[in-house]
Design a binder for this molecule. Sequence first.
Ligand SMILES: Nc1ncnc2c1ncn2[C@@H]1O[C@H](COP(=O)(O)OP(=O)(O)OP(=O)(O)O)[C@@H](O)[C@H]1O
Ligand SMILES: [Mg+2]
Length: 255
Amino acid sequence: MVDALQVSDLTVAVPGAPPLLDRLGFRIRPGERVGLVGASGCGKSLTAAALTGLLRPPLGIIGGVIRIDGQEVHDAAPKAWRQLRGRGIFQIFQSPGTALTPARRIRAQLAEAAGIAGSTQRRAVAHALEAVALDAHVADCFPYQLSGGMKQRVLIAMALILRPRILIADEPTTGLDVLTERDILAALGTMADETGAALLFISHDLRAVAEVANRTLVMAHGTVVEDAPIADLARSSAPAARQLAEAARALQTAC
Ligand SMILES: Nc1ncnc2c1ncn2[C@@H]1O[C@H](COP(=O)(O)OP(=O)(O)OP(=O)(O)O)[C@@H](O)[C@H]1O
Ligand SMILES: [Mg+2]
């Protein structure tokens, strides 16, 4: 089976400076749910930006390969990236505000996604909102009328409609309370179950990753240093993986 996502030797840098991503490599199979963890500044969000064609100069890919569904995309033109974003690879960011158009009601924004996916719009919008546990009246709201957690769920509803091959969620619950976090993690799981999308879930929080993912990639200094089930991180030969597992255990004991 062709991998949903394959990254080999991906190197990202500002020309003349040391690489920020350094020969990064991993694979995600179709429908697989993978966590990406690592200390602040290790390169998680840069990885997401590279995988979605959103690196901005002077940052650029200076080596390596990215394949989505077997197709090389690392040197795709901006127009090709615009076509890939959405149904090929869809990203949910930490602050969802910028991903939604401020002056358009949620219904119109979800209906536009439904149009792209060729679904029957009204039914698709109603179903997607229900699947992420949002009330139907949210469709009549503008983004500014919704909380951060509600906006995140609108974006997950959009992913449900678009049915992307790969969904990247970059710290989608940071700054939200634990109950809202639980709703969002559940919505992500529903999305992945319903669409068969591969999921790359980026987080600092191993507990959240354990709820969503079966396998965890640990990053340190711009590269992947471990690729294992969460339960195995404490025994990893990579210090960064052991430190994360230890920190998670200490937090659990404290609670
Ligand atoms: N546009 C840029 N130009 C130069 N350096 C950058 C740029 N964006 C990020 N960096 C650097 O790349 C490194 C990785 O940043 P990145 O945002 O990927 O970290 P992260 O792992 O997502 O951290 P966090 O957990 O805090 O979100 C950092 O050292 C950061 O300073
Ligand atoms: Mg980040």
